[in-house]
Design a protein around this ligand. Sequence first.
Ligand code: RB5
Length: 146
Amino acid sequence: MIVAIGSDHAGFDLKETIKNHLLEKGFEVIDCGTHSKESTDYPVYAKEVAIHIKSQKADKGILICGSGLGMSISANKIRGIRAALCLNEYMARKSIEDNNANILCLGGRVVGFDLAKSIVDEWFKAQFQGGRHQRRLDIISELETT
Ligand code: RB5
């Protein structure tokens, strides 16, 4: 499993924490930046991580900004991306089971490190349930052509 991870300055500390958490668990991690707490622009990193998913250089992505909102809005502009902002383990599980999310978004100013790690663990443990959920994802794909 290769995970592309990115953040802006507001998500930097949590990115470092989640990156180390994933490395300890044996994931391969591609760090798409940012690499410091200097103020920067979240859509830059949303694009970089999303492109890693689209080009199959990574299997899954994680994006972190202050609220998680800017990253999710940005990443979801890219065709084929299903970026889910998750505030708890339930949302993390459902974002895979029902929505087959390929990017997890977190708010570095919203969730603590321990909760974020727990959300990440639940996200990677969950399995897409297919069936009626696939039908709904197919409708979402159609929306991308409007
Ligand atoms: C940066 O101050 C903040 O706006 C950004 O991290 C994010 O929360 C935007 O949605």
